[in-house]
Design a protein around this ligand. Sequence first.
Ligand code: URA
Length: 239
Amino acid sequence: MKPMRLDKYLTKVHNMSRSEAKQFIKKGRVRINGVVEKRAECKIDADVARVELDGERCVFEEHIYRMLNKPAGVVTATKDAEEKTVMDCLESSNRSLFPVGRLDKDTEGLLLITDDGELAHNLLSPVKHIDKCYFALLDGPVGEKEEKLFQEGLDIGDDKKTLPARLVPAGEQTGGFGVYITIQEGRYHQVKRMAKAIGREVLYLKRISMGSLKLDEELKPGQSRPLTREEIDGLKNRV
Ligand code: URA
């Protein structure tokens, strides 16, 4: 990693402003390799320097990865003049975070939010065929005939049929007929349009996984948490 200024390093590690970082440094609260450093402009190599703030070791992560359980009623965008966005569900950050892919306003569930453009690009690339699994409630039952239609790919009004998808019925439940649907693409309203193509309507939709990343069921809608090292490596290894 390229050497960076000490104050900039602190803003990235501790999500603080540049002026706060400068204050901490000036007050002698920051040590590099055991020695107090009072110069904000001092360049450090984040891979090797041992930086401490008030005696606590700072850990530098090049990128941020957060899993959000998206609630219904918020739009998947970084900014919106009228609507609440998924970014409003997170603490503010001085990194340029963005959601990976898009869930409809009424869809809930797994949404990865990061500043890692390369990983996002790979996860969304149509050639990588990353599985996205959803739980849906439909307005009627489905069976073997529909499973086969999903497997063969459906005409949903685009140039090409959808890639093979998996439909697994999960029985009648409060509010509709449960199904698990796994798709390999991320076309606009894809799950809803596939359901429509077999004569059904989606009454409720929740994404439960993307590649190896599974929604943490401990997260209530609107809550988020950082990805674990294993979760990050799992996603990177797949792409
Ligand atoms: N498919 C849809 O129809 N909506 C979503 O939000 C995600 C997939």
